[in-house]
Design a protein around this ligand. Structure first.
Ligand code: 6PG
Length: 467
């Protein structure tokens, strides 16, 4: 049999994507370097008409030319090793696609190295977890355009479909751009999750709400502007009980894990000099949450005096919280897309920001209807520097920032930690000042280090003998 595509790596993601391809009518052959893994998957994949090759040679030989091979193996060294083993069998025009959560610099390097051998290399962000892989993920492929065109038929079929029927996949750009866009997706995912977690904490401690009440509020929010997968699963999590009738959420240790993509996004913001405070704060909150013992000692030393609000305030505060959450989310997306714009210029990727927002409408973790507003903003003005300058964003932020301010004040007065909300407010308040406080920074730099400064009243570079 000659196969349309091959998948290497039979972990859950590889297995599910292979099934997805087969269910969409493609002939798929798979391979894993570990024999026991191949054996374990045998029955399950056979039922789905997916074959498993018994050797790498058989796997390669059975593929239609030019060959398309999707790798779903661990990022980093394992991916390098896998490529090392497969590349010698490939020739001019063949394409390797890396579907892992890889750092874009690695993807750029591999793309360059393989291009020298005539082999195409696509780094493809895949979002949506195990379920998405099986039923339709959001796909962010970057690499040689011609290589993308060879596989676009398969990718469009297996990708999630938005409500208008459009597949959640598009060609992102050259070399590492696909993995870069996936990295930003994950950074935004971190901030979305943090803002939701802070809303939950505020409702629980500030408003004394029960899990079922909070679940109902998130369900209600999910009907409006905040409609999204993450809000929906939050409602489901809050109402979920174990067999003994206990709410699982109350039993989960408050120590957040992270695999690194949020951190990479933060580092990239620092590298390119673009404010990314909501994402970086969200990463740091995960770090802070992990200092469990230290927090216990400090909470003992200072005794938290977190207060709850009076019940009469509840309805109006909940309305404020909803609005505050929405515009904080908008601040976070403005920062994320601003970084994408910068990266597009610096790395020469010509990223289509509107299209990127459209492929995040379904399949991925940050899927949400409001992403269409971002597309519309870039369609209206493809050169838009910051989403806060778009009419829709401006109207929402103008009418809702008093809500964010009120929530911020309540959080501060009542000792309820809400770092991401406060970060959103600080970003907004700073960005809307034509002049910020950095004249003082410049003066200090010049005072102690003769670093010079520019002036408002005349051009040039100046230094003052301060002492
Ligand atoms: C996705 C997710 C996924 C991510 C995990 C966990 O888009 O499907 O972003 O790629 O790896 O959800 O990431 P953390 O462990 O860093 O939270």
């Amino acid at each position: 049999m000659i196969y349309d595509i091959g998948v290497v790596g039979l972990g859950v993601m590889g297995t599910n994507i292979a099934k997805n391809m087969s269910r969409n009518g493609f002939k798929v052959v798979t391979f894993d370097f570990f024999e026991d893994v191949r054996e374990n998957r045998m029955t399950e994949l056979k039922e789905e008409n997916v074959d498993i090759a018994s050797s790498l040679e058989n796997f390669i030989e059975s593929l239609k030319k030019p060959r398309n091979i999707l790798l779903l193996v661990k990022a980093g060294e394992v991916t390098d090793k896998t490529i090392e083993q497969i590349a010698p069998y490939l020739g001019e025009g063949d394409t390797l696609i890396d579907g892992g959560n890889e750092q874009y610099e690695n993807t750029r390097r591999r793309n360059m190295q393989l291009t020298e051998k005539g082999i195409n290399f696509i780094g493809m962000g895949v979002s949506g977890g195990e379920e998405g892989a099986l039923n339709g993920p959001s796909l962010m492929p970057g690499g040689q355009r011609k290589a993308y065109d060879n596989v676009s038929g398969i990718l469009e079929k297996i990708a999630a479909k938005a409500d208008d029927g459009k597949p959640c996949v598009t060609y992102i750009g050259e070399d590492g751009s696909g993995h870069y866009v996936k990295m930003i997706h994950n950074g935004i995912e971190y901030a979305d999750m943090e803002l939701i977690a802070e809303s939950y904490y505020f409702m629980k401690h500030g408003l004394n709400m029960s899990n079922d009440e909070m679940s109902a509020v998130f369900d209600e929010w999910n009907q409006g502007d905040l409609n999204s997968y993450l809000i929906e699963i939050t409602a489901r999590i809050l109402e979920f009980k174990d067999d003994a009738g206990n709410y699982i959420i109350d039993l989960i240790l408050d120590k957040a894990g992270q695999k690194g993509t949020g951190k990479w996004t933060g580092i990239e913001g620092l590298k390119l000099g673009i404010p990314l405070s909501l994402i970086t704060d969200s990463v740091f909150v995960r770090c802070l949450s992990s200092l469990v013992e230290e927090r216990a000692l400090i909470s003992e030393a200072y005794q938290s005096e977190m207060n709850s609000l009076s019940p009469e305030q509840k309805d109006s505060v909940l309305e404020d919280l909803k609005n505050a959450l929405y515009i904080s989310k908008l601040m976070s997306y403005s920062q994320g897309f601003r970084l994408l714009r910068e990266a597009s210029e610096i790395y020469n990727w010509n990223l289509q920001l509107g299209e990127i927002s459209m492929i995040w409408r379904k399949g991925c973790i940050i899927r949400a209807q409001f992403l269409e507003e971002i597309n519309r903003a870039y369609e209206n003005d493809p050169a838009l520097t910051n989403l806060l300058l778009d009419d829709y964003f401006r109207n929402v932020v103008k009418s809702s920032h008093p809500s964010l301010r009120r929530i911020g004040v309540l959080a501060i007065e009542n000792e309820i930690p809400m770092p991401a909300f406060l970060s959103a407010l600080s970003y907004f308040d700073s960005m809307k000042q034509e002049r910020v406080s950095s004249n003082m920074i410049q003066a200090q730099r010049d005072y102690f280090g003769a670093h010079t400064y520019e002036r408002l009243d005349k051009p040039g570079v100046f230094h003052t003998e301060w002492q």
